[in-house]
Ligand binder design. Structure first.
Ligand SMILES: Nc1ncnc2c1ncn2[C@@H]1O[C@H](COP(=O)(O)OP(=O)(O)OP(=O)(O)O)[C@@H](O)[C@H]1O
Ligand SMILES: [Mg+2]
Length: 342
């Protein structure tokens, strides 16, 4: 019995919070009052008085409710929208009693969250880019001042150092362009049926001279009968070049890097396994954030911008796959895994 009463009350409350029902409810009350109360005293002066009082009471009550339930929230929403438009991205709407307006307010708050997050990313990006530009620009300026003041010799080494910094800036600009396309979420994919084994081999051949120079071996382990896969070969090449480039960079001379491709469930899984510097467990996810490097000074000297993995994450994501890093810790090597759904 108690349960029944509770459900009835809940039903009534839901009913009351629905705007379209509220309207109907007012008319039902008027008609019910007419039928129940006026049936007995139809035609008498009291009947007209009661009829008008009930009518005015219901209309006034409805207007009051409509004001509380609809007009006030709408005015609040208008004020909040104007506030957000003026750049106050932290404005949010409260909960409303009306179900429809509450849903609208929740959608509004979600939109405001997205705008605030986008704005936050924009501000951070400008800060990050300024920070990345500062070092090479300072180095070039210092060298130029040294040349003007005749503290530095105008020899090959000086010019090569300037050239090195300029190349770094150029590479940064190219990577920023790629990052901007990747982060816009609108990476154009030119997909076709690809033999991943062949693609990995081609990328490996391209990087072979760099591996030979450093004395690092590149090994392949392919599962038999790998099916062809519908991917954009240029984008996946970009991912592989970055992962194999990183593996080479962090593997000492005489070490080995292996690329393994297997068919696991509904996806092809590629692993780039190295026995190099390794990554501390708490950094395994952070390295995919833009401009993040584990050892800033080490990456500086080797010219890494900390963007490669961020782009790789977006490219794999655009194919519907996942990418992550595994490592047992510093000095214990690292494995980068990415999946591509078949
Ligand atoms: N195989 C690896 N072994 C150890 N650390 C790695 C490995 N791959 C990446 N890292 C760490 O992750 C960081 C981010 O890698 P990411 O490829 O994004 O940037 P990067 O190589 O420094 O610069 P770039 O933007 O030029 O690729 C690196 O700076 C490095 O600290
Ligand atoms: Mg890299």
């Amino acid at each position: 019995m108690k349960g029944l009463v509770t459900s009835f009350v809940t039903f009534l409350l839901t009913f009351y919070r629905r705007i379209e029902w509220l309207h109907l409810f007012s008319y039902v009350v008027i008609v019910a009052a007419e039928i129940l109360v006026l049936r007995e005293i139809r035609g008498t002066p009291e009947a007209s008085l009661i009829r008008y009082t009930v009518f005015i009471g219901v209309v006034a009550g409805s207007l009051l409710l409509i004001r509380q339930l609809i007009i006030q929230p709408i005015q609040e929403m208008k004020r909040a929208s104007l506030h957000i438009a003026a750049g106050h991205y932290h404005e949010r709407l409260p909960e409303y009693r009306s179900i429809e307006l509450n849903e609208l307010a929740q959608a509004f708050n979600q939109m405001a969250d997205t705008i605030a997050a986008t704005e936050q990313r924009r501000v951070e990006l400008i800060g990050d880019v300024a920070h990345e530009l500062r070092t090479p620009l300072s180095n070039i300026r210092a060298t130029m001042e040294g040349l003007v003041d005749e503290v530095l010799e105008p020899d090959e080494a000086t010019f090569l150092s300037v050239q090195h910094e300029v190349s770094r800036l150029q590479r940064l600009v190219t990577q920023l362009e790629e990052l901007s396309i990747a982060e816009s979420g609108q990476i154009p994919l030119r997909k076709r049926e690809v033999d991943l084994r062949q693609l990995v081999g081609e990328v490996g051949n391209r990087l072979k001279p760099q591996y030979d120079d450093k004395g690092v071996t590149l090994a392949y382990r392919f599962a038999p009968d790998l099916p062809k896969i519908d991917i954009d070969p240029d984008r996946i090449t970009q991912v592989l070049v970055n992962l194999l480039g990183n593996a080479l960079q962090y593997t000492p001379q005489g070490g080995e890097v292996a690329v393994q491709v297997t068919h696991e469930g509904p996806a092809l899984t590629t692993r780039v396994i190295d026995q190099g510097a390794g990554i501390p467990p708490e950094e395994l996810t952070r390295i995919f954030e833009r401009f993040y490097r584990v050892d800033k000074s080490r990456a500086r000297s080797s010219g890494g911008n900390g963007i490669g993995l961020t782009i790789a994450r977006h490219l794999v994501g655009a194919h519907g796959g996942d990418i992550w890093a595994e490592s047992k810790g510093i000095g214990k090597g690292a494995t980068f895994v990415f999946t591509l759904p078949l």
